[in-house]
Design a protein around this ligand. Structure first.
Ligand code: FNR
Length: 182
């Protein structure tokens, strides 16, 4: 049966390479996983006082996470770490005290950049922080993707055979991880 994945994309750009990568991964999962993207760009900056009358975006984030079997974060690297928009979502998810939405969720991280290290430092920092908030983080396989335009078609499908094989291995490992720990 298909498992549901709450997807966080660390870029707010319409033409985000990371969102294209996420779409490619969902396609390569061939129905084992269905992604629901969290709208993290509309979350206000974290402020404890907002819990007096919680914003709809925050409640939606927490409800989507509650329903999801697992979590996937696809992140670019900004100045050698992951973007603040993801950290803000992590913080909202951990509150209110005693209702941590990340706790016990099977989770994986990948990301892409045109740069040679494929968002590796961002992914390392993010895995560390996901562990801290209580997610069950998949450590292997790692997927540091250096973006190559000629490996993907306009519709997000992967045209390069080796890239497709590698990404398929990653997304199947995530599906196995969710089945094991979900
Ligand atoms: C970047 N970029 C970048 N790339 C990288 O490999 N290491 C880095 O530290 C940074 N730093 C950085 C900072 C800021 C503020 C921006 C805007 C960009 C490049 C970045 O990875 C590239 O623009 C990606 O294409 C962004 O991902 P999306 O938006 O295409 O998903």
């Amino acid at each position: 049966m298909t498992k549901t994945v709450a997807l966080l994309v660390g870029s707010l750009r319409q033409q985000s390479l990371n969102r294209k990568l996420a779409k490619a991964l969902e396609t390569l999962a061939e129905g084992r996983l269905t992604f629901t993207e969290l709208n993290i760009g509309v979350l206000p900056h974290y402020n404890d006082e907002l819990w007096d009358s919680p914003p709809a975006s925050v409640l939606e984030l927490k409800e989507t996470l509650k329903q999801a079997d697992g979590v996937l974060v696809v992140t670019p690297e900004y100045n050698r770490t992951y973007p603040g928009v993801i950290k803000n979502a992590l913080d909202w998810g951990t509150r209110p005290w005693g209702d941590n939405s990340w706790s016990g969720k099977p989770a994986a991280v990948t990301g892409t950049s045109p740069g040679a290290i494929g968002a590796a430092m961002a992914q390392g920092h993010l895995k560390n922080d996901l562990l801290h908030v209580g997610a069950i983080v998949m450590s292997q396989p790692e997927a540091y993707i250096q973006w190559k335009d000629d490996a993907y078609a306009e519709d997000g499908s992967v045209t390069d055979e080796k890239t497709a094989e590698f990404l398929k291995g990653f997304v199947n490992a995530l599906a196995d991880w969710i089945e094991k720990h979900g």
